[in-house]
Write a protein that binds this ligand. Structure first.
Ligand SMILES: C[S@@+](CC[C@H](N)C(=O)[O-])C[C@H]1O[C@@H](n2cnc3c(N)ncnc32)[C@H](O)[C@@H]1O
Length: 288
């Protein structure tokens, strides 16, 4: 038995250590995803359905397909399979409380307001931001926009539809549900988000590892439960790039199991649980 065959995982498709390493290199270089060796069985189970869908017999064939297709759709299927889209309305509620009680009073007198939901999944995060802003800001004409981006075009299509099963909407406060959710026109068993929420949000496809074709500055960036998939170097680069896109005093909200680290730390003060506020002037260097 060859070494390659011996270190393959048992199962439907041959998956050698060399295949895993090649896949891990690609996932890191293209998407910043961190795949430790211990994740090999998980990667196998997540990708087996892709090999089945493409009629392939081995992971080596799958790597060849990824190489051949270059930037093609299969690479996006790969990211979808290796990450999760789990999200919910008003997830990690304390961030919306900070938005309501600290940031909104400051924004109330500001003409231009920009918020970025980076890694927005199926849209519940930007819609929760939109409800909180519309509820808290005094009515009137102002230049208010929420940018909502994700790498996954399929999940963005769902976000743009803004239609959710009623059980997914249970975490929306009752008053907000009444004001902004209604029976979906195409599917009476589901709820859809109202036009005044949708009007605030621009959905766009964006790989956070690549260039960002917009300037900011943003008043707040929500990037929650996304960087958790990235290795530390990619995370630290991301935190620094967010810093550059935030205005002084702007907020960065991150996921419950994520922590700010690296050079960006000196630029922020802690403003709550997984909540950071950009200083007006760079602060002293802090240990990462
Ligand atoms: C677990 S969801 C988080 C959704 C939402 N932020 C929340 O906390 O509820 C993670 C999202 O990150 C997206 N994602 C993963 N890698 C990405 C990348 N390199 N660039 C942009 N989005 C990415 C996934 O497609 C997925 O929708």
């Amino acid at each position: 038995m060859s070494l390659a065959a011996a270190d393959a995982l048992p199962g439907e498709f041959a998956f050698t250590d060399a295949d895993f390493e090649a896949l891990a290199r690609l996932a890191r270089a293209e998407f910043g995803l961190s795949l430790a060796t211990s994740k090999k069985p998980l990667v196998y189970s997540r990708l087996a359905r892709r090999l089945r869908a493409r009629g392939l017999a081995t992971f080596r064939d799958y790597m060849s397909l990824l190489d051949k297709e270059g930037e093609g759709a299969e690479r996006l299927e790969l990211v979808s399979a290796l990450t999760t889209n789990v999200t919910s309305f008003f997830r990690e509620k304390h961030h919306f409380e900070t938005l309501r009680s600290v940031l909104i009073p400051e924004l109330a007198g500001q003409r231009r307001i920009r918020i970025w939901s980076a890694g927005c999944s199926s849209g519940q995060e930007p819609f929760s931001i939109a409800m909180t802003l519309l509820d808290g800001l005094p009515p009137g004409t102002r230049d208010l926009r929420i940018l909502a981006t994700d790498i996954d075009p399929a999940i963005l299509r769902r976000a743009r539809r803004g239609i959710y099963p009623p059980e997914d909407c249970e975490t929306v406060p009752a008053e907000f549900r009444q004001r902004w959710l209604r029976a979906a026109r195409d599917d009476a068993d589901s709820l859809e988000t109202g036009p005044d929420l949708r009007a605030l949000i621009s959905f766009a496809e964006l790989n956070l590892i690549c260039d960002w074709p917009f300037n900011g500055p943003f008043d707040a960036i929500f990037c929650r439960n996304v960087a958790i998939y990235f290795d530390q170097e990619t995370q630290q680069r991301l935190w620094s790039r967010f810093t550059a896109k935030l205005r002084a005093g702007g907020f960065l909200f991150i996921g419950h199991s994520e922590r700010l680290s690296g050079p960006a730390l000196a630029e922020f003060t802690t403003a709550g649980v997984t909540t950071y506020r950009k200083r007006a002037l760079p602060g002293p260097a802090q240990p990462s």
